[in-house]
Design a binder for this molecule. Structure first.
Ligand code: NAP
Length: 253
């Protein structure tokens, strides 16, 4: 049965697979029409996600951009607004992980991870802010990671990028609050995706993660969608500058 519209439009980056795909589908379930972004090399998969959203009775607009490119992000936001007319909520989900210890980490690898995870989040927000401010409305959800709080060996640059996303979001919330815009972060734990499998390649390590998780299981991409929908909705209208762990209880604060 078609999901009724809630009159809102969301933009999700890195939506062709993994957590981004689950978030896009979760938002469609809640009645959002969804602009879905990924890099152009993912066009077939992104079209597949668009089909899944339309099968739920909601509109979907695939838009390509490498979020680390200011020119591509600006073109993407212009195209998204031309097609969808407005955007109410944005989910900065696109991210990469290159596992490598600090002593052999190359400068270009540090730059690549920081450029996509941290700068990409900034660029998408900067391109959207005029629209949000003009409408005096916006819901910003940035996907960080519990790795940005504690981290794991071979992920120093990834941890730095996600800590940057959290710091950026706290200040952003203060700057945009007077315009009726909220900005919050989600920190997923160990989620079974192509990226998450980086932490799960060795069985003993996967078992240790499960043992260290209060809910005694790994996360699925769909586990992240509900909390994102909360931050994207008006149920969270008085919540901003916050960071929520969605990790099954690995981090208990
Ligand atoms: P994933 O399976 O690797 O999917 C990431 C998606 O982002 C891919 O479709 C990827 O496209 C896209 N992407 C990468 N670089 C991009 C760019 N420059 N511009 C636009 N799209 C880009 O990862 P995931 O596990 O779903 O992770 C999603 C988010 O959750 C990331 O921010 C990640 O850091 C965060 N997170 C994940 C976990 C976990 O355990 N999985 C835990 C904590 C946080 P390509 O396939 O073409 O590269």
């Amino acid at each position: 049965m078609a999901n009724p519209s809630n009159g809102r439009v969301a933009l999700v980056t890195g939506a062709s697979r993994g957590i981004g795909r689950a978030i896009a589908l979760g938002l469609a379930e809640e009645g959002y029409d969804v602009v879905i972004n990924d890099i152009e090399r993912q066009s077939v998969q992104l079209d597949g996600v668009a089909g899944e959203i339309r099968a739920k009775g909601r509109k979907a607009w695939p838009v390509f951009a490498d979020v680390s490119s200011k020119a591509e992000v600006e073109a993407m936001v212009a195209k998204a607004l031309a097609e969808a007319v407005k955007i109410d909520a944005v989910v900065n989900n696109a991210g990469i992980l290159i596992a490598k210890p600090v002593d052999t980490l190359e400068e270009r690898e540090w730059d690549a991870v920081l450029d996509v995870n941290a700068k990409g989040t900034f660029l998408v927000i900067q391109a959207l802010l005029p629209h949000f401010k003009a409408r005096k409305y916006g819901r910003i959800v940035n996907i960080a990671s519990i790795g940005g709080k504690h981290g794991a060996p071979e992920q120093a640059h990834y941890s730095a990028s996600k800590a940057a996303v959290m710091g950026f979001t706290r200040v952003l919330a203060q700057e945009v609050g007077p315009f009726g815009i909220t900005a919050n972060c989600i920190c997923p734990g160990i989620i079974v995706t192509d990226m998450g499998r980086t932490n799960l390649e060795v069985k003993e390590i996967a078992d240790r993660w499960i043992a260290n998780t209060a809910l005694a299981r790994l996360g699925q991409p769909e586990d992240v969608a509900g909390p994102v929908c909360f931050f994207a909705s008006d149920a969270s209208a008085f919540v901003t500058g916050q960071t929520l762990n969605v990790c099954g209880g690995i981090v208990l604060t």
